[in-house]
Design a protein around this ligand. Structure first.
Ligand SMILES: [Zn+2]
Ligand SMILES: [Zn+2]
Length: 101
């Protein structure tokens, strides 16, 4: 399966493993998926944070998803429009889609 490049800086992700958990992270801007011992999900979460099918808030500014203290947030990189904190990345993706509907 081919992985998307970072949607913010077009750099391919690095795979980092720690204590059995896999994390995919952009070495340039620190855009990251979710670290997980379920490696399939770790890879899938990278695709989620780099989705290209979500609407943009500001023109040409992709949403950036962040995890902080077990909660997920989504925010526009062009303004301070953001949603959070969701218990899952999927929740943040859905919340962002709702916000821009
Ligand atoms: Zn990046
Ligand atoms: Zn915006």
């Amino acid at each position: 399966m081919s992985l998307p490049n970072c949607t913010h800086c077009q750099h391919p992700p690095e795979r980092r493993e720690k204590a059995g958990a896999l994390l995919l992270i952009c070495p340039v801007c620190n855009n990251r998926g979710e670290a997980s011992t379920n490696h399939d999900w770790a890879v899938a979460s990278w695709s989620q944070v780099n989705r290209t099918d979500l609407p943009y808030c500001c023109e040409e500014k992709p949403v950036r998803f962040k995890q902080r203290e077990q909660q997920w947030f989504g925010g526009c990189t062009g303004c301070d429009n953001r949603v959070g904190g969701f218990m899952s990345l999927q929740g943040a993706v859905a919340g962002w889609a709702r916000r821009l509907r």
